[in-house]
Design a protein around this ligand. Structure first.
Ligand code: HPA
Length: 244
């Protein structure tokens, strides 16, 4: 059994991962975003998949989330840690902050969002009251604490359709809805993991203030600078978590 890590924007490699092989896999839902790296970090079996593909070619609405989760389970994932670059809405979630969210609101549409296609199998309604696995969240937060990496416990992630960024009014609406963070890839990933019985948690890296919340122009360059710094902390946190 391995821990699977799904890399988001800015995380194309997993620091410390010695990959023994790359596994290409077909699933009943088609091909995942790319080859899955099968290896270990400090002796702990790890699977790594970059959700946007390598080289980066899949926008959030084109990612085959179903194939990704299915393939990770097929390769023996016991749990999935997702890394997400996000915008910050809550004032405590300023650029550079790491957050392990505890709730989400799904604003996406038109994405293949379930592995349940009806037919002969009984209809299921999976419990999604707590979208993230509490034990996995705690383990991530504990690893952060033990390695003195600042990481915020809890927050509501609003998941938008993208690939465009939100309008200022959309962010105000998300804020009124109770969202602390905004990203584009948190769903349907989390729900599919639940359907497939995979404990799932997200580590969010805040790379910008959400649109309209500060006067800085939103540029990929600015996001990239924050991301480059934050990716190091995220990687250190993951390593601490995996080897705890
Ligand atoms: N909005 C949506 N997704 C994002 C953002 C944002 O501001 N930043 C990084 N991913």
């Amino acid at each position: 059994m391995s821990v699977a890590v799904i890399g988001g924007t800015g995380i194309d490699q997993l620091a410390g991962l010695s990959a023994t092989r790359e596994q290409q896999l077909e699933t009943p839902f088609g091909a995942p975003s790319g080859a899955i790296e099968v290896g270990a970090i400090d002796g702990v079996p790890v699977l790594f998949l970059q959700r946007h593909g390598k080289p980066r070619s899949l926008p959030p609405h084109r990612i085959n989330y179903r194939a990704n989760l299915w393939a990770l389970r097929e390769l023996g994932a016991a749990a999935v840690v997702a890394i997400n670059a996000v915008g910050g809405i809550h004032e405590a979630c300023e650029p550079g902050t790491l957050v392990v969210p505890d709730q989400l609101i799904d604003y996406t549409w038109g994405r293949e969002h379930t592995v349940d296609e009806g037919g002969a199998v009984p209809i299921r309604h999976v419990d999604f009251t707590e979208p993230y696995d509490p034990a996995l969240r705690r383990a991530l937060l504990m690893a952060a604490q033990e390695s003195a990496i600042a990481c915020r416990d809890g927050g509501v992630l609003g998941v938008t359709q993208g690939p465009r960024l939100e309008t200022a009014a959309e962010i105000q609406r998300l804020r009124r809805d109770g969202c602390d963070l905004v990203g584009m890839t948190g769903m349907p990933e989390a729900a599919l993991a639940r359907e497939l019985g995979l404990p799932y948690a997200s580590l969010c890296m805040v790379v910008n203030a959400a649109p309209g919340l500060d006067n800085e122009p939103l540029t990929l360059e600015a996001m990239g600078d924050v991301l480059a710094r934050e990716a190091g902390s995220a990687a250190a946190l993951l390593r601490a978590f995996l080897t705890a």
